[in-house]
Ligand binder design. Structure first.
Ligand code: NAI
Ligand code: MG
Length: 398
């Protein structure tokens, strides 16, 4: 079989650092592939007025698998100011290239696992009965609808007459906002489609069945957001009844879930949610297993086999430019493992995950976050591992 080609999308800031580290691990673990680099991120917005150039889309179209670091995004006005002067007249508007990638390729299934690592000093603990301390084991995977909802990008400030008049057809708009001047109104829509909702629900139920989870928890707010969350809940009930009778469907509201996740995180397994609530609940659970240095994700389109694998953290610009890099590469390395699972290289992903788990449990090599230090250059002198030290330790275990 010919070697696979992986599109490396380092992006900005620490994305560039961690992608390189993950490739070192993949190579050391015996994954045979070629890597081509795709341009994405702030630099390309500033220079070309497009953070997601067409050539990058074409590369992903061709090779199907992307390993993505992180990008820097800034608000509208700041983005405009940093644009090359010759591009400022062109009426370009910045939008996030990772959201753009998800929508362009219909990467609507996003999976974010959060598993406790034995021996991680950042593991969540809680007070038990009497003076006991409990360290509940978290084994959760969040299925986040990745292309619709509040991140769908259908939004306006000072909407056009056409949009405003459409809003006026809704009695609640008239009652609650009818007296507000149009110029003072901003609207972000939350659009759910039946197709998108069906796909994420089914992916979550199928995963639960395949890996023996007894329940799927829908984490939305159907009692208040009646049309979108309400539709999702209704469809989940119908799907469970018709196709997954052996799996229980639990329904929690996003706000209550944020409370439950520190009270009894061990009770949850597969969680499914729309785009925004999936984003929120996955960061919430990530906090229980060590935070952004450990949180990985996969996003893909099952129909085309196109997938992009990324840590959930951003580009952490304040940590760039240190003589020695301090950030934790594990989230990125775990994302690379999800990539391996997706292309059915499970032997290699299992090997890497075992190595990561061993390094964490042994506790000799720990990045600054694992030592609970503020992220400054001095952490290395105080005994924290560099990014490369952590990668080397993982490679040594392989
Ligand atoms: P961030 O995730 O970049 O950093 C927040 C904090 O988390 C850091 O200051 C650091 O303390 C910690 N952290 C992040 N990654 C870490 C790692 N690997 N190891 C150890 N600690 C780590 O989020 P922030 O600061 O809100 O955003 C920075 C930029 O990243 C913004 O421009 C934002 O738009 C962008 N961003 C991009 C994302 C993406 O590419 N998918 C996701 C989130 C933010
Ligand atoms: Mg997020």
């Amino acid at each position: 079989m010919s070697k696979r080609t992986i599109v490396a999308l380092p992006g900005d800031g620490i994305g560039k650092i961690v992608v390189e580290e993950s490739i070192r691990v993949l190579k050391a673990a015996g994954f045979e592939a070629e890597y081509v680099e795709g341009d994405i991120g702030w630099e390309f917005w500033r220079k070309e007025g497009n953070p997601l150039p067409d050539r990058t889309i074409q590369l992903i179209e061709k090779h199907k698998i992307g390993l993505f670091g992180a990008i820097t995004s800034k608000p509208k006005d700041a983005a405009f100011e940093e644009l090359a002067p010759e591009l400022q007249e062109k009426g370009l508007v910045y939008s996030s290239p990772i959201v753009g990638l998800r929508q362009h390729f219909g990467l609507d299934i996003c999976m974010r696992p959060c598993h406790t690592y034995k021996g991680n000093p950042l593991n969540f603990i809680r007070r038990g009965v009497g003076d006991t301390i409990e360290e509940p084991e978290v084994d959760v995977i969040i299925f986040r609808q990745n292309t619709e909802g509040l991140y769908g990008g259908v939004e306006w400030s000072n909407p056009s007459d056409l949009v405003y008049n459409a809003l006026l057809t809704h009695p609640k708009f008239v009652k609650n906002f009818g007296s507000v001047p149009k110029e003072e109104i901003s609207v972000s829509t939350r659009i759910f489609t039946k197709e998108g909702t069906e796909r994420i629900l089914r992916a979550s139920f199928e995963y639960a069945r395949r890996y023996g989870y007894k329940s799927v928890t829908l984490c939305e707010k159907p009692n208040v957001i009646r049309e979108t969350s309400g539709m999702m809940y209704k469809m989940a009930m119908e799907m469970q009844k018709a196709d997954f009778p052996e799996i229980e469907l639990w329904n929690t509201n996003i706000d209550a879930q944020m409370m439950w996740l520190t009270k009894n995180p061990e009770n949850y397994g597969v969680i499914v949610a729309g785009n925004m609530f999936g984003d929120i609940v996955s960061d919430g659970f990530a906090g229980l297993i060590g935070g952004l240095g450990f949180a990985c994700s996969a996003q893909f389109n099952p129909d085309t086999g196109i997938g992009v694998f990324e840590p959930t953290h951003g580009s952490a610009p304040k940590y760039v430019g240190y003589d020695k890099s301090i950030v934790n590469p594990i989230a990125m390395i775990e994302s690379a493992c999800m990539m391996l699972d997706f292309i059915e290289e499970n032997d290699i992903s299992t090997k890497i995950r075992k190595a990561v788990a061993e390094v964490i449990e042994e506790g000799k090599v720990r990045t600054y976050d694992m030592m609970k230090m503020p992220g400054r250059p001095e952490v290395i002198d105080k005994g924290a591992a560099t990014t490369q030290d952590m990668t080397d330790a993982i490679i040594a275990k392989l």
